[in-house]
Ligand binder design. Structure first.
Ligand SMILES: C[S@@+](CC[C@H](N)C(=O)[O-])C[C@H]1O[C@@H](n2cnc3c(N)ncnc32)[C@H](O)[C@@H]1O
Length: 334
């Protein structure tokens, strides 16, 4: 069971100030089992709220220790306790880090990440549905399975100054991000890679033309420089993404594996050496293959079912620690 200490840490009003949850505001996934309240901002949510299953759902939430505790602590959902528990065990966060939270809504993981990476951290949340960003979180609304959205997120994290103050990027559909904007951001990302490549080439040419005695003065790029040159600038990637479950186990499992693979590919592209990845998955026959891929890219991989995850739920988590530098895309995804 979760230790009293974790709750104690959360009760510190300094951490969350007066940012208390007044009314539950949660993801719109109609059968999302992780969240503590229905969103009340869309016609869809209003439709759900009037059904009798919603009444049963509300009463289950009322009896749920973690949901109650989340309300008391001003957390956006009970899901926070899963991350707190796994962070307590695996020490994912440090001050100043860049964290990408895939499937962030309603935002309790982001709240935890903001808190655990302060001061000077930055947290970028991505979700299908529009949701009010928690304080200190930048958000991008869109489907993470879309290559355009993935490119948007990659481009965003490349700029170390973006996302430190609170801001929100609207999706293209909202008329906020045009294709030109994305192209420009993406160009910035590509230019960065190109420049790193040119720098590396320049270093080689210099080495070849300089007299032998000065060769030793050429400094090999540091780990950080090598990572930055490859666009690996993120410290922690979290994915709690899950689509609306259908009740057909294999279908739900397959959908979950697609989301995990998209998140893992994103890790390959953006996670710095030594960075961590935590992702939710719906259990099933393909999870072993996912674990194998994770083991190729990370030094240590743990399979977890946190106490706050309902035992009836088929969800579980992989916590993958310390991204390795050497594996190529082919090595990992073969
Ligand atoms: C369990 S909820 C996340 C709860 C969140 N971790 C928290 O602490 O509040 C799962 C979220 O994943 C999002 N999601 C599912 N599929 C997605 C996709 N393809 N792209 C982006 N978000 C997605 C859902 O909209 C939903 O908000």
């Amino acid at each position: 069971m979760l230790s009293r200490r974790i709750f104690q840490q959360l009760t510190d009003s300094f951490l969350y100030g007066s940012n208390r949850l007044v009314a539950g505001r949660i993801c719109s996934a109609s059968k999302c089992t992780s969240c503590s309240a229905r969103r009340q901002t869309t016609p869809n949510a209003i439709r759900h709220a009037s059904s009798s299953s919603s009444t049963r759902w509300k009463s289950r939430q009322g009896n749920d220790f973690f949901a109650r505790e989340a309300r008391v602590q001003g957390l956006k959902s009970r899901a926070a306790f899963k991350l707190l528990e796994l962070n307590e065990k695996h020490k994912l966060f440090k001050p100043g880090q860049t964290v990408v939270d895939l499937g962030f809504a309603p935002g309790s993981w982001s709240q935890v990440a903001v808190n655990r990476t302060a001061p000077n951290g930055r947290v970028v949340g991505i979700d299908l549905i529009p949701a009010q960003p928690p304080r200190g979180v930048s958000t991008i609304q869109g489907n993470f399975l879309s290559p355009t959205v993935q490119a948007e997120v990659r481009a965003y994290v490349q700029d170390p100054d973006l996302g430190r103050p609170r801001r929100q990027i609207s999706s293209q559909q909202d008329g906020g991000f045009t294709e030109d904007d994305v192209e420009e951001l993406e160009r910035g990302y590509i230019d960065l890679e190109r420049q790193a490549h040119l720098d590396a080439e320049g270093a080689v040419v210099e080495e070849a033309t300089e007299p032998a005695e000065t060769k030793t003065s050429i400094k090999a790029p540091s780990q950080k420089e090598r990572d930055a040159g490859q666009g690996r600038v993120v410290d922690v990637v979290l994915s709690d993404m899950l689509m609306n479950t259908s009740g057909i186990p294999f279908k739900d499992h397959a959908g979950s594996m697609d989301l995990c693979m998209a998140a893992l590919t994103f890790c390959f592209d953006t996670l710095r050496t030594g960075g961590h990845f935590m992702c939710k998955f719906y259990q099933g026959s393909e999870e072993k293959a996912l674990e194998t891929k994770l083991k190729r890219l990370f030094t240590k991989v743990h399979r977890e079912k946190p106490d706050s995850s309902r035992s009836a739920s088929k969800e579980a988590y992989f916590v993958a620690l310390k991204r390795k530098e050497a594996p190529t895309r082919e090595d990992v995804f073969r």
